[in-house]
Design a binder for this molecule. Sequence first.
Ligand SMILES: Cc1ncc(COP(=O)(O)O)c(C=O)c1O
Length: 450
Amino acid sequence: MDKSSLTRSIMEKDARLLSPSIRIPFFPFVVRTGRGATLMDVEGREFIDFLSFGAISNVGHNHPAVVAAIKEQAETLIHCNPAYAFNERVTELTEELVGITPGAGGKRVAYGLSGGDANDGAIKAARAYTGRQKIIAFLRSYHGNTYGALSVSAVSLPMRYRFGPGVPEVYHVPYPDCYRCPLGHRDNQACQMACYQYFLGLFETLFAPDEVAAVIMEPIQGDAGIIIPPQAYMQKLYDFCRENGILFVAEEVQSGMGRTGRWFGSEHFGLEPDILIIGKALASGLPLSALVARDDIFAAWSSPGHVFSTSCNPICCAAALATIKVIRSEGLLEKTAAMGDYIKERLNHLAARYEEIGQVRGLGFMIGVDLVKDRDSKERARELAAKIVWRCYELGLYLTFFSGSVLRICPPLVITPEELERGLTILETAIDDAVSGRVPDSVLDTVKGW
Ligand SMILES: Cc1ncc(COP(=O)(O)O)c(C=O)c1O
């Protein structure tokens, strides 16, 4: 079978056999190998990675230290059910997580397998601890696909359509998005933080603060298109939670593990969350999630409140320990902060050339390029986004978009300056090709995005 027939055959079988619910259609990209910030498909084509499979491969694909840790652990012990026995890898990782998360000592960790189950855990722990039921979450947030996580999510209609009823007593409020204000304000100063007033309004009309267990918030809203809330909003919200015994849950599944140039996104706002949720990059792609919370919160949560037979599997824990070590030893936090600023500078130069770039925003390597039909209306330029990512794919850059119009610049933190330069040059060419009408409409049948 020639190489392109192999791609076609895999795509055809996949379309026939897999549930469409697990995929977001972008490209016929059948991945075979990865190393650092490079992926290779089954046809032998190389791609610079600007996705990290969705903020997962933070230390790059198949980092030798992570591979070695996985191999060594696999030869020692593959599994140990945490409900029944102890394992040193679990303890070592727990010590690390307690150390790298915001807030002084007196913390504990609970493990799971996915960002979704960790969100469920935060809901359960907050309810158990406070004895309250209500949870406040944000419109346009993505928290995962277990029922609890789905119930606090509100990223797009297809994710929830016909799945109701979800977990009860969840209330959504607008996320503070100053570029596309959900409350229609055009002037960030004159709005007087209308989104915070909206939040406060819940307590005048629907319920009292002492009925609320937790606010669950992504400190940087990821799949909504990289939205960075104003510091003043975060401080007010956090203070309100503190004053009213409401737990502040930082949902850091996407913004954690160095992605923003700090270990966790909440650090940019100087916040110490009551519960912090980690997933995705924690074990470099092996299934592992963690909830980190104060001692007293977890003390209210009895066994088997969050037991999963394969959670904190020693191999996943070994991979997580190696991931943390690599982030530290390769100075990836500092590198990501500095290189992230450079990427934004380059993209802002492009924004000066192309009216179609409405805004460039982000922290570290969590950057969005918001494409608009015109800068005044800010109408989302979905087709343009699809054409740009397609052209990138043709030219050897693996890039996607989300929230209808936002190019997602999310490379592995280990990307080299040369790879980054090549990726940005391809992106520049792709934008020019798409804006100038050199990418055919037919690609829109393939690239659907989300
Ligand atoms: C912020 C955030 N939370 C939770 C999740 C869900 O994680 P998982 O797919 O591991 O359940 C995601 C996944 O994209 C995410 O971006």
